[in-house]
Design a protein around this ligand. Structure first.
Ligand code: PRP
Length: 214
């Protein structure tokens, strides 16, 4: 992992960077975009879960007894709709025992303020680690609002996983939620005047679901 701002873990692994480069490419269509997002999210899970609580457990192999390792608590993955769904699929492939809570959030294109339209979370979010997933961290408005909703619902052990983060969004999370670690495949240069990450990958939700309008 390269040096990065406090509480930001950037994945410099060549395989993740190779896939991220394809996902950024304008000519990559929805089908490949979805597959790549899922694959990258699955690869990121290994690092995101590194600090998860775990304990030794005694098991019987077919030949003898040994001490293995089991994760503790109930892991909850929370995608921010729509685009977060694409990453959640990859996380669930690797960690099928996790459960999924949903937050629906749409960013007003004029004010750039997030508007919540769905909140479907388990009631015992303090039962274990919670991973918030959203491929884009732009102004950080959606992520800060989502983290607030998770705290209000009882979450205590939180981290954020995204594909591309803008420095502005990282700063906003650090101000509002200094304890939340951000895992991202890239920290991009800046936000455009209309709030798009540059160079970025465009509108992740639209590219994921084929709703891009030219
Ligand atoms: C995008 C993205 C984030 C948010 C990031 O979602 O997936 O949720 O914007 O922007 P912010 O950091 O400035 O809040 P969008 O509102 O476009 O919804 P969608 O996923 O349904 O396309």
């Amino acid at each position: 992992m390269p040096d990065s701002p406090a509480n930001v873990i950037v994945f410099d692994h060549p395989l993740i960077q190779h896939k991220l480069t394809w996902i950024r490419e304008r000519s990559t269509g929805s089908r490949a975009f979805r597959a790549l997002m899922k694959q990258i999210a699955g690869l990121m899970v290994y690092e995101v879960t590194r600090q998860f609580p775990h304990a030794p457990v005694e098991i019987d192999t077919p030949l003898e007894t040994m001490t293995g390792t089991r994760l503790l608590g109930t892991i909850t993955v929370v995608p921010v709709l729509r685009a977060g769904l694409g990453m959640a699929e990859g996380v669930m492939d690797v960690m099928p025992e996790a459960r999924v809570g949903h937050l629906g959030m749409a960013r007003d294109e004029q004010t750039l303020e997030p508007k919540a339209y769905l909140n479907k979370l388990p009631s015992d979010l303090d039962a274990g680690p919670v991973i918030l997933v959203d491929p884009m961290l732009a102004t950080g408005g959606s992520a800060v609002a989502a983290l607030r909703m998770l705290r209000e619902a009882g979450a205590t052990d939180l981290r954020l996983m995204c594909l591309v983060a803008a420095p502005e969004g990282i700063a906003r999370i650090h101000d509002a939620e200094p304890d939340v670690v951000i895992y991202t495949a890239a920290v991009d240069r800046q936000l455009s005047a209309c709030g798009f990450i540059l160079p970025g990958l465009g509108d992740a939700g639209d590219r994921l679901y084929g709703t891009v309008e030219d």
